[in-house]
Design a protein around this ligand. Structure first.
Ligand SMILES: Cc1cc2nc3c(=O)[nH]c(=O)nc-3n(C[C@H](O)[C@H](O)[C@H](O)COP(=O)(O)O)c2cc1C
Length: 150
């Protein structure tokens, strides 16, 4: 069975977690795909080998000072270091999502950091929490699921 990892930081209000759940719902709607959710605020470190073995990845962050949350930056740093020892996420199907409080500038560095992954849809960005059932967030997950299933 194909596997997608939904890796996100959520801490302040749970806004990013709500988007993550909708994205996961979309991935599952696309077909028979195992979804693993990881809130980076609740784990020591994301296992990059597991990430590299997954068929697709959704990455989510709140905007913190016009940048991604520190734990998501750590994921990108770890991806960079893992690549040096042959653990690569290069070209892996990926989607990005972000929540913010009114600025939202973090999406630019977020996109730059994800440049070695293969973005299969435009990032989903929303101010504060997503609307109930937010179709755009679900569609993002569905796009990832379809890309993974080929
Ligand atoms: C430390 C910190 C810094 C933040 N900096 C920004 C910012 O620069 N721009 C912005 O639009 N929102 C900023 N916010 C607001 C959060 O991005 C927003 O509330 C987000 O939806 C929180 O996601 P969460 O509830 O999943 O943790 C900041 C919040 C915190 C806690």
């Amino acid at each position: 069975m194909k596997k997608v990892m939904v890796v996100y930081h959520s801490q302040e209000f749970g806004n990013t977690e709500k988007v993550a759940e909708l994205v996961a719902q979309g991935v599952r709607q696309a077909g028979d795909i195992q979804v693993e959710m990881i809130n980076t605020n609740e784990v020591q470190r994301v296992d990059i080998k597991a990430l590299a073995e997954a068929d697709g990845v959704a990455l989510g962050s709140p905007d913190y000072g016009s940048y991604v949350a520190g734990t998501i930056k750590q994921v990108f740093d770890d991806i960079y270091m893992a690549n040096k020892v042959g653990i690569s996420v290069q070209g892996k199907p990926c989607v990005l999502f972000m929540t913010h409080g009114g600025g939202g500038h973090a999406i630019e560095p977020f996109r730059r950091m994800a440049r070695n992954l293969k973005l299969v849809a435009e990032p989903f960005v929303c101010q504060r929490e997503p609307e109930e059932g937010c179709p755009e967030a679900v569609a993002l997950g569905e796009a990832l699921g379809k890309a993974v299933l080929g």
